[in-house]
Design a protein around this ligand. Structure first.
Ligand code: ATP
Ligand code: MG
Length: 548
């Protein structure tokens, strides 16, 4: 592509409202433009990268035995009523009404649609298992669309769904998809971790998230410094270190005000409410209650903290209050609890002896330095961007929507399902978060919009123009995609824009063109070397590999 004829509207200034590096560089490099909050156009450069990510995904999905289809973005509301999600999905679901007064949802995800399709067309175990996928625009009216493509309101997702007669068959497909996801993200050059995640509102069991490592990520990953253990912060179980409990002898005592007993010995009481009951949790003062763990213990889908002061006296909880404790305080024999309402500190407390605790269990967030749950190494934290998720759905949707099949015994059973998503536009941004320097983007070879950026320093110089034209032709003949900066711009502008756009290889045809010599550099280190133009193909294929 000749740059003089291209549509690459670069920006010199950093756009004021772009907070993340990926958002800034994608706007400045002319890859995307915003049309509304969280709604973007992919310009030619950006769309080229999107198509490369999609091609990798298609190859790996097909290889894993999935078949591509395309379902509408506009989904009849009736299906969402059937699954029950019309009411529970909340304001994120974009809803619209047609001229006949019928309601539709713009697809936030595709479980309802695919379940209805399969229900109406597949009804025997003989045709199972089957895995279907699509690459389709998704809509979510996010409360805070931000960081450009990282959290959009309209975005591109690959969503896949598998249907099975048995749990074992689902387990196999899940494993195959897990491996396919690893290959997709490896091929994209992404630095990521596959982490155990919480199944949350999706109502299933096993699930892993694929987290791209990046400072700007909204998720915290707890990983081991000595093994490949990694989990979402909220999911990581805490393994308490073995501490032998000291003998308890002293009776509890009350002291006026706040008494300093050292953080190791201080515990706290936190109050919560579920839809039906009040829950009191005791834990070390330095720890934090993990509400997901509390939810799982009390078997509630909702838990909210009570405002400070709303809880009663932790020593005499009212009848019906469930009193739980983090197992980390079980080994404490002489701890202290400060009561704000009374402005008193209770000391010499033995939680087992003095507090009406129903059970001790793992209720806190893991911390950096804690032992890794797999017994190898210690926990460290990293920030991640969720780029994909694989999920064992089970029969949640097939039961709600009566998607049944006949098993070998002729009995009707609900289909067992898995679902698997990749945020394609989000992956593009995650790559940019990982691959850039102060001058611009540095595309991994597999995703670069062009392989080579060929820059003619002065296109009015005939030697430079002729040599550049020759290189442009030759490289394209060998299968490389070349962006040729043939514009009559100042060299400084051209170099700066080339760095900004970030193609893996830069070739500069300048003064020595008359001697058949050019400069070549890799974008990632920008070390320029003079070479004879005859050697270009050899050097380029050394950097990028041969093209077929
Ligand atoms: P998040 O927790 O970030 O809101 P999610 O868990 O709700 O994401 P899923 O329902 O698992 O997202 O969707 C599958 C994939 O779609 C995600 O892994 C992510 O890569 C992508 N995705 C989800 N929401 C957005 C969004 N608003 N903008 C861009 N990509 C998104
Ligand atoms: Mg998710």
């Amino acid at each position: 592509m000749k740059q003089s004829q291209s549509f690459i509207p670069t920006l010199k200034e950093i756009p004021a409202d772009a907070e993340s590096i990926s958002h800034q560089l994608l706007l400045r490099g002319g890859f995307i433009r915003q049309n509304a909050a969280g709604v973007y156009s992919y310009l030619p450069l950006g769309y080229k990268v999107i198509k490369k990510i999609e091609a990798i995904i298609r190859e790996e999905m097909d290889r894993a035995g999935a078949q591509e289809l395309l379902m509408p973005a506009m989904q009849p509301a009736e299906l969402w009523h059937e699954s029950g999600r019309w009411d529970v999905y909340g304001p994120e679901l974009m809803r619209l009404k047609d001229r006949h007064g019928r309601f539709f949802a713009l697809g936030a995800t595709g479980e309802e649609l695919i379940t209805s399709l399969v229900r109406d067309t597949l009804n025997t175990y003989k045709k199972l298992p089957v895995t279907l996928y699509q690459i389709q625009t998704k809509y979510r009216d996010e409360k805070r669309p931000r960081f450009g493509l990282l959290r959009g309101r309209e975005f591109i997702m690959k969503d896949a769904y598998s249907f099975h007669a048995t749990q074992e068959s689902l387990d196999e497909a899940y494993e195959a998809m897990f491996q396919a996801y690893c290959r997709v993200f490896d091929r994209c050059g992404l630095k990521y971790r596959a982490v155990l995640a919480d199944s949350g509102a999706m109502g299933g069991r096993d699930t892993h998230e694929f987290q791209a490592l990046a400072e700007i990520g909204e998720d915290t990953i707890a990983y081991s410094d000595r093994s490949d253990y990694a989990a979402n912060l909220e999911m990581a179980p805490v393994v308490e270190e073995n501490v032998v409990k000291a003998e308890t002898s002293l009776p509890p005592e009350q002291k006026e005000g706040k008494v300093d007993v050292g953080s190791e010995q201080l515990i706290k009481a936190e109050w919560f409410k579920t839809r039906t009951e009040t829950v009191l949790v005791f834990l070390r003062a330095e720890d934090e209650v993990n509400d997901v763990k509390v939810k799982n213990i009390v078997g509630s889908d909702l838990i909210e903290p009570l405002e400070a002061g709303q809880g009663a006296n932790p020593f005499r909880p009212e009848h019906g209050v469930r009193v739980l404790a983090d197992k980390g305080i079980k080994s404490l024999a002489r701890c202290a609890l400060y009561s704000e309402t009374e402005d008193k500190t209770y000391i010499h407390l033995d939680p087992e002896r003095d507090l009406a605790i129903e059970s001790f269990s793992d209720l806190r967030f893991i911390k950096e330095g804690d032992p890794s749950p797999d017994g190898k190494g210690r926990i460290k934290f990293a920030k991640g961007i969720e780029v994909g998720q694989v999920f064992k759905l089970g029969t949640k949707y097939s039961e709600a929507m009566s998607a049944l099949f006949l098993d070998a015994q002729g009995k009707n059973k609900p289909l067992i399902m898995g679902c698997y998503g990749i945020g394609i536009s989000r992956t593009l941004s995650a790559i940019c978060e990982q691959y850039h320097d102060e001058d611009g983007l540095i595309w991994p070879a597999a995703l670069a919009p062009f392989d080579v950026h060929l820059i003619t320093v002065n296109p009015k110089d005939n030697d430079q123009l002729v040599l550049s034209g020759k290189i442009y032709q030759e490289l394209q003949k060998k299968g490389y995609d070349v962006l040729w900066d043939d514009r009559k711009e100042r060299p400084g502008v051209k170099f700066a824009e080339s760095d900004l756009i970030g193609c893996p290889i830069q070739i500069i045809a300048g003064k020595k063109a008359s001697e058949n010599v050019v400069e070549i550099a890799e974008r990632r280190n920008k070390e320029r070397n003079e070479i004879s133009a005859d050697k270009i193909e050899q050097v380029v294929s050394g950097f990028l590999g041969e093209r077929g």
